[in-house]
Design a protein around this ligand. Structure first.
Ligand code: LLP
Length: 415
């Protein structure tokens, strides 16, 4: 459920007309609904009845510090994958002792930053990383808390680019060697080994792969505990899917119930790393129609947003619903919705039956709150879009549109 609705054939975010924001801030613009963000967080956290998980919001899904701060105010921690995300999370007010750090390629510099800040947990993804975290901790004369990310080799039944828990994926340590990895890590003087972690994939639409992965992890926990290591944290990652078109992902209550069942014998703390489910349907990307044309029989609608703003259709062939901000013409026709970038892969929809729209009319690309702005770039030297957060009948620009000067920031003419 979200708070983007038509009133009198005009699209609103909560109580604000999308058109008013576009007139004020310009396009393309990302618009987020605070009420939706809060609701999604509350529904997920209230879905758990017998255990109280630590919800570490996955910052990569939407990294704007205003949005991270909103979740922080509701009690969230953060799941990070880089020093940059650590910086954002801390700036947004997330306490370091609620931050977990995953990723296969943490640099020594990033590891040192996280140890100095005293984060809750590193999710370690290789034996070599165990050595490096230990040696950095030794230099800093501090102990680092680590969990091991296991690769449970389970098919999450999602897009291959966003499946992460299969042996052929680069993530985690092969669960066959996990117990040895635990023994090795716990022999390190500067590590406290107290977690187990996994993340099998994203946009999951059934709970069964998650339950299978937890079962595998529970088996391992038993073995690990037998070797005298105390697993206090079970981090099951994120991955819960959302409806983009007609998918029917499990509701949070069903997801929570399945997890609580699988963890009935676990005595430690559950950690979740949700991203998409919190922000995906809480944001839209609004663009303006620049031109319409036919190439042969094919109709194109060219808008001022492009793949640099939202790359999901180009990268994953992802479906995003596209609707007019004001329904003036009810006639529909099959068309491609494309951006101004010089690539044929710059599209939002192909051969889709959509409203016929005039130049300068506004279109909303829905479900763009997750992996939208956070994956945007400056390709074709396009300035990155503004971001706006709506709160009832008010709104704030939470990231101003980039300027031309921003585009060349840090660059130097030589000679
Ligand atoms: N934890 C870890 C370790 C992750 O790698 C991810 C996402 C998450 C949590 C959050 O997953 P979520 O709850 O959002 O599914 N760019 C792709 C999605 C990539 C996901 C990467 N990892 C997309 O636009 O669909």
């Amino acid at each position: 459920m979200n708070f983007f609705n038509y009133k009198n054939r005009e699209l609103y975010c909560e109580d604000v007309k999308i058109k008013d924001i576009a007139d004020d801030v310009g396009t393309p613009v990302y618009i987020y609904s605070k009420k939706t963000l809060k609701r999604h967080y509350a529904v997920l956290s209230n879905a758990f009845t017998s255990i109280e998980p630590l919800i570490c919001y996955s910052v990569k899904a939407n990294s704007n510090i205003a949005n991270i701060a909103l979740f922080a105010s509701m009690g969230a921690g953060a799941d990070i994958v880089s020093g940059g995300e650590l910086y954002r999370a801390l700036k947004a007010g997330i306490k370091a002792d609620r931050i977990v750090y995953s990723g296969v390629g943490k640099t020594e510099e990033e590891i040192a930053y996280a140890i100095k800040e005293n984060i809750l947990l590193f999710n370690v993804e290789s034996i070599e990383e165990i050595d490096i975290i230990n040696s950095v901790a030794k230099k800093l004369k501090k102990k680092a808390r680590v969990g091991i990310r296991i690769n449970p080799d389970i098919d999450p039944q999602t897009h291959p680019y966003i499946s992460t828990g299969l042996k052929k994926n680069k993530f985690g340590i092969d669960s066959k060697y996990a117990v040895d990895a635990y023994k090795y890590a716990s022999s390190m003087q500067y590590l406290t080994v107290n977690g187990i972690d996994m993340h099998i994939g994203s946009q999951l639409t059934t709970v069964s792969p998650i339950v299978s992965a937890i079962n595998r992890a529970m088996n391992l926990v038993q073995k690990i505990n037998q070797s005298g290591i105390n697993i206090q944290y079970m981090d099951i990652g994120g991955g819960l899917g959302i409806t983009y078109k007609d998918e029917l992902p499990p509701v949070p209550q069903k997801y929570a119930k399945a997890i609580e069942g699988a963890l009935a014998n676990f005595e430690g703390k559950l950690i979740l790393e949700p991203g998409r489910v919190l922000v995906g349907n809480a944001g839209i990307l609004v663009g303006k129609v620049l031109y319409r044309k036919y190439n042969g029989k094919k109709r194109f609608m060219i808008i001022d947003a492009a793949m640099n703003d939202l790359i999901r259709p180009s990268l994953y062939n992802a479906y995003h619903s596209i609707i007019p901000v004001k329904t003036i013409n009810t006639k529909m026709e099959k068309q491609d919705v494309v951006g101004p970038i010089c690539e044929s892969g710059d599209f939002f929809a192909k051969d889709r039956n959509l409203h016929l729209m005039d130049r300068n009319e506004l279109v909303a690309i829905m479900s763009a709150g997750a992996y939208g702005f956070s994956m945007s770039s400056n390709y074709n030297s396009r300035r990155r879009a503004a971001e706006v957060l709506v709160d009832g009948s008010r709104y704030n620009v939470i990231r101003r549109r980039e300027t031309l000067q921003d585009l060349i920031r840090g660059e130097t003419l030589i000679g």
